[in-house]
Design a protein around this ligand. Structure first.
Ligand code: SAH
Length: 360
């Protein structure tokens, strides 16, 4: 069998997922964007390790060990200043290859913290990778299954961008749900039939046709759940992703395949579908549950405040032949024209816990 992910679009090949989505659309009509994105990403992540040079994209923890280490230092520092509470757990949402967790846990151990590890991960392929990187972890399908008997030290890097968004689009005669329709062999975005003006804020009713309002109900629900657990059990969360302080108008849905932009409506389940994270809305949701919300700050500023320069210098001193590589990684993670500004860091902190580092 040829690897389906290597086949080119337009070859007349149809994956099982594309065929299933086509049947649904033919039977019931176009599906909402969120349904399309959820189905595509569930298949995508379940069937591969998408990270690294040979995959579709690379993430901060895969660029340098410094990233996970400084996340670990941030969590360790909070725990120490909280008075070393017993019963804390390390939780990561969407841990990828487990690289961030392994680096963070090593940094935490150096300061006397070795918490039990809980991963929220749905992909069997990535769970296997995580088991190699972090022996002894426990896995959960969702946050709902996590124990709630102690403080959580939680991190999510490039997790929220993979969660489905809902889009509304301004048609010439009013607001509609943005859907995916099937036209011949193609999938295409299309405006739904039902008028939805009543759910759009007044000041946005009359914007230009083609305007899009994007929300992520799944992300808001998860942010609330994290905040509720921190409020009731203590701890803190660090959410890192590319995003913005919304809400705002705009369509940020994109597909990435083989380190290049792809068409999000082509080959469902064979490219990574993402949307920019609306940290403004997640912050409001978390604050409503009663936690402190800090940020966002740019990833570059946050890493600098956490001592990335010093860490890079120490690593280079220990491995002079790698000094160039280490400095290139530091720059990639921090400079504004690379990952320093578009990537944002948001912190949620339980009431009664100390204020965290890096958000001055
Ligand atoms: N945090 C990692 C991986 C980012 S890729 C890194 O920075 O390298 C997104 C991760 O989220 C993958 O591990 C993917 O399998 C997981 N994921 C995506 N959607 C998910 C969902 N709905 N529930 C749980 N995990 C999910």
């Amino acid at each position: 069998m040829p690897n389906p992910s290597l086949a080119q679009p337009g070859e007349g090949r149809t994956t099982a997922l594309a065929a299933a989505l086509r049947r649904v659309i033919e039977a019931d009509g176009p599906v909402p964007i969120g349904h399309w994105m959820a189905a595509a990403n569930a298949h995508y992540y379940a069937t591969r390790d998408p990270l690294g040079a040979a995959g579709d994209f690379t993430t901060a923890p895969e660029i340098s060990q410094m990233f996970g280490e400084l996340v670990g230092v941030w969590l360790l520092d909070l725990w120490l200043r909280a008075g070393r509470p017993a019963g804390v757990r390390f939780v990561e949402l969407g841990p990828g290859r487990g690289t961030l967790a392994a680096d963070a846990l090593r940094a935490m151990r150096s300061g006397g913290l070795a918490p039990p590890v809980h991963f929220v991960e749905t992909s069997p392929a990535l769970r296997a990778k995580q088991a190699e990187a972090v022996p002894g972890a426990a896995w959960h399908d969702s946050l709902a299954d996590l124990p709630d008997d102690g403080p959580l030290l939680l991190v999510a890097n490039e997790f929220f961008d993979a969660l489905p968004v809902r889009q509304l689009i301004r048609a010439t005669d009013g607001w509609r749900e943005r859907m995916v329709a099937a036209v011949g062999e193609l999938f295409v975005p299309a405006a739904g039939g039902r008028p939805l003006d009543r759910i759009v804020p007044d000041h946005l009713r009359e914007v230009a046709p083609g305007s899009v309002i994007e929300t992520s109900p799944a992300s808001v629900a998860i942010a609330r759940e994290i905040a509720r657990r921190l409020r009731d059990g203590g701890g803190a969360a660090l959410l890192i992703d590319y995003g913005y302080e919304g809400p705002m108008l705009g369509d940020t849905l994109q597909a990435v395949r083989g380190h290049a932009r792809a068409n999000p409506f082509e080959d469902p389940g064979e490219a990574d579908l993402t949307a920019h994270v609306d940290f403004g809305t997640l912050g409001v949701a978390a604050r409503a549950e009663g936690v402190h919300v800090l940020g966002t700050v740019g990833q570059g500023a946050w890493l600098q405040a956490m001592g990335v320069e010093q860490r890079a210098a120490a690593l280079a001193a220990g491995a002079p032949d790698k000094a160039g590589e280490i400095d290139a990684a530091r720059q990639r993670l921090t400079t504004p024209d690379q990952m320093g500004e578009l990537f944002r860091v948001l912190a949620l902190v339980a009431p009664g816990w100390p204020m965290p580092a890096g958000f001055a």
